[in-house]
Design a binder for this molecule. Structure first.
Ligand code: AHR
Length: 500
């Protein structure tokens, strides 16, 4: 038996809506035949697929990171601007794919603008440095009268884009990264690049690369060293995490959200240690700019084993099960319950590449199972995250030790009193949960759930398309408490009101 207790006055922090971001990398079919496919029957006049744009809107994506990912670490952004007929293809070394340069900075930023989505740009700190980063920022945000801003204007875009969010490279701790650096080299470069970029536009927010996963040998020391160089320059430190079921260890996999929460708390502690040492009042927040389920070790052949390919090859087009959707929901619980530290989140990636949205060239776009928990949370999680106290059982896992059988995050909209409660049942049995809200009148009006029990969705597109949210099991209200039923291995989003 689990009890969840909420109090309207006990809040973690305001949800930064940028936590519902996603990621568009020039990789596989994310861009070409993903977001962009001129000639497709739904394509707009700019070549972007209308069916994908519609699904992106339904998914509730608030922000998009671009253009990589590993891709950015060998990208020459200048080759992707100007008249398309003059642009030359280049061999992207990260994914060993010929990049045609048909979509570049202007196409992407204008697409974001048309969709009402905030862009997050990454600069190449693998093969390039301060110079190229500053030039790109000036190209995007500069006013007329300087070289790069005038180039943008000559390319047909008068008004600066005003891009606020900038990543200082990508996964620079990873030996697979083109131009990989050690923490001292990267920390110095991130600091000098960030400082120079602020000279162009002081209003930007900068993200330093943290660890590519908590399992990196350099984890902890990387954050400490990098932030010792750039604590005063950057606003956020990045985190990346991908989880998968390995060796049939379903129990550890379904508890991935706990590993993610631990990772967040450790990175926050590392950043705070540097802040404390400096007697700084500044707090570095987290940009969790790549997270998802990815069958990286069990299905991916590895970057170096990829043949050189053209024409948007199918790379890591993972198909997802019901269990994967439950795990994605549980990871959203971890992001929301750390609203005081996590400012940015990107479900990686948006289309085709480990993505909630899939397409066929010339064919339809469709939703994977993981679409549903993200879209539901993006719609309901508004306002402040509430502190959630959970009293209940734990279960043993091989990878993460003892973890709670039920996890939850809750949000309240201070304007309307709208309450959202997101709850994961990690056990194979139905669970009855008592929701207590002392000092508040709470009504749960309904709920929808994703269930693990749909293995077919991974194997079969029709089964994946038939997958969706189901009504949550009945709820009863009594004096001061609400009783909720959670289906076995499920993630449920309840909605209602809470008034103090
Ligand atoms: O999202 C796929 C890849 O995963 C990204 O390019 C890289 O940053 C990460 O390793």
């Amino acid at each position: 038996m689990t009890t969840i207790t909420l109090h309207p006055d006990f809040r973690v922090g305001t949800i930064d809506r940028r936590v519902f971001g996603s990621f568009v990398e020039h990789m596989g079919r994310c861009v070409y035949t993903g977001v962009y496919e001129p000639g497709h029957e739904t394509a707009d006049e700019h070549g972007f697929r209308g069916d994908v744009a519609e699904l992106t809107k339904e998914l509730g994506v608030t922000m998009l990171r671009y253009p990589g990912g590993n891709f950015v670490s060998n990208y020459v952004w200048e080759d992707g601007v100007g008249p398309v007929e003059d642009r030359k293809p280049f061999l992207d070394l990260a994914w060993r794919t010929v990049e045609p340069n048909l979509v570049g900075t202007d196409e992407f930023l204008q697409h974001c603008e048309r969709q009402g989505i905030e862009p997050m740009m990454a600069v190449n700190l693998g093969t390039r440095g301060v110079d190229a980063a500053v030039a790109l920022l000036e190209y995007c945000n500069g006013e007329a009268g300087t070289k790069w801003a005038d180039m943008r204007i000559a390319n047909g875009r008068e008004k600066p884009y005003g891009v606020k969010l900038w990543c200082l490279g990508n996964e620079m701790d990873g030996p697979w990264q083109i131009g990989h650096k050690d923490a001292h080299e990267y920390g110095k470069l991130a600091a000098s690049t960030g400082r120079a970029m602020r000279q162009v536009d002081p209003s930007i927010e900068l993200v330093a690369c943290g660890s590519s996963s908590m399992m990196m040998d350099t984890f902890g020391e990387w954050e400490r060293t990098v932030l010792s160089y750039c604590y005063d320059v950057v606003d956020h430190i990045s985190m990346h995490a991908y989880y998968e079921e390995m060796d049939g260890d379903r129990t550890s996999f379904i508890a991935s959200g706990t590993a993610m929460a631990t990772f967040i708390e450790r990175v926050a502690a590392s950043a705070d240690a540097i802040g404390a040492q400096r007697r700084s009042d500044k707090q570095i927040t987290i940009s969790f700019d790549e997270w998802n389920v990815w069958y990286l070790f069990s299905r991916f052949v590895g970057e170096t084993n990829l043949p050189i390919q053209r024409d948007a090859p199918r790379i890591i087009e993972d198909r997802y099960s019901g269990l994967d959707a439950v795990v994605v929901g549980d990871m959203i619980v971890s992001l929301l319950s750390h609203a005081d530290r996590v400012a940015i989140g990107c479900l990686a990636q948006l289309v085709n590449v480990i993505a909630p949205i899939m397409t066929e060239p010339g064919g339809a776009a469709w939703k994977q199972t993981t679409f549903h928990p993200f879209a539901t949370a993006a719609r309901l999680a508004v306002g402040d995250a509430l502190q959630v106290r959970i009293d209940g059982d734990t279960m043993a896992t091989k990878k993460h030790g003892d973890v709670p059988t039920v996890t939850a995050a809750a949000t309240i909209d201070p304007e309307t009193g709208a309450l959202a409660l997101f709850v994961t049942n990690r056990t194979a049995e139905e669970q009855v949960v008592t929701l207590r809200t002392p000092g508040a009148d709470t009504r749960i009006e309904g709920g929808t759930a994703v269930l693990a029990d749909h293995e077919g969705a991974r194997e079969d597109q029709a089964a994946a398309e038939a997958y969706g949210m189901v009504d949550a099991l009945p709820v009863s209200h009594e004096e001061g408490t609400v009783t909720l039923r959670l289906a076995p291995e499920s993630w449920t989003a309840f909605h209602g009101t809470m008034r103090g």
